[in-house]
Structure formats: structure tokens, C-alpha cells
Ligand binder design. Structure first.
Ligand SMILES: [Zn+2]
Length: 156
């Protein structure tokens, strides 16, 4: 079971697990959501112009630069990225799903590799992104933006 705990974090509310998980185990299946073309601070991006909303408890899945879960937008699952203990807060790396976020923020996760400005994958170096699980639509958008840069360069 996942429970929402209010307060006690920089983000206001946190999503806590009362079960342990092994790395690779599926924690949650996203269902009952709606698809929208408009990103908000509560949506998760699943394609270049596709976002999902009404995500239930996942609305409280905070960002971390050292995340313990992965949101896989291909099968709409939340998977343990490492072993997770009872009482741990669940979090994921927002740029792994988001290209350009509706509400960028300064990260206070405290991880040594913290990216600081969390604004979406568009604003991160490929070197930084390469340290993380990143969903296919984000990889596609990185390559598309690179291709665009290259063609601009050659037109000069
Ligand atoms: Zn951080």
C-alpha cells in the first residue's frame, strides 16, 4: 500500500510505501487516467504531445535526482529502481518523462549529482540524462532536437 504523508518535506506531501520492494519489482500500475495534450504540474508525459492526468496517488510522487523508482510510460508502470524499505518515500526523476515542464523548480533533494534546475529533459545536458533511465519519447525528442541543431549548423 502507498500512503500520502503531508508535510515534512520541501515538496509538501510525500508518497510513502508500507511494503518493501526489490529492485525491478512493479510497485504500481497506472490506470483510470485521462489523456490530454496540455501539460500541467500534475501530468506525466507519455509521448511528444501526450500527457496523462488524474493519476491518483501518483500526484504525490515527488522528484529526486537520486530516484528509487522509474516511471515507465510504455507499460504505465512504476518500478523499483533499487531495493526500497518500508517507510521510504517514493520518487522519480521528472526529466525521465517530461520534456519541458509546466512548473520548473529548484531541486532540494540533496543528492551529490543533483541537477538543481528541474525544468524537463530539454534543459539538461545529454551527459546528465545518460546517467538515468529515460523514457523512449524523451530519447526521441533529444535526438530530434539534436538533428535540428545539426541542420541549423549546416545551413550557416
Ligand atoms: Zn536534485
Amino acid at each position: 500500500m502507498l500512503s500520502i504523508v503531508k508535510g515534512g518535506s520541501a515538496y509538501g506531501a510525500r508518497l510513502i510505501t508500507d511494503e518493501p520492494y526489490r529492485r525491478g519489482q512493479i510497485i504500481y500500475h497506472i490506470s483510470g487516467h485521462r489523456v490530454t495534450s496540455q501539460p500541467t504540474y500534475q501530468t506525466i508525459q507519455i509521448g511528444p504531445n501526450l500527457h496523462i492526468e488524474e493519476l491518483g496517488v501518483l500526484a504525490y510522487l515527488n522528484h529526486s535526482c537520486q530516484p528509487n523508482t522509474v516511471v515507465n510510460t510504455t507499460d504505465l508502470s512504476v518500478v523499483a529502481a533499487r531495493d526500497i524499505a518500508v517507510g521510504d518515500e517514493l520518487n522519480f526523476f521528472y526529466p525521465s518523462t517530461e520534456w519541458e515542464m509546466d512548473r520548473p523548480f529548484i531541486c532540494l533533494c540533496g543528492a551529490p549529482q543533483c541537477v538543481r534546475l528541474v525544468a524537463g529533459a530539454k534543459y539538461l545536458a545529454i551527459d546528465t540524462l545518460s546517467r538515468y533511465f529515460v523514457n523512449q519519447h524523451i530519447r526521441d525528442m533529444v535526438f530530434a532536437s539534436l538533428a535540428q541543431t545539426v541542420s541549423l549548423d549546416t545551413e550557416r
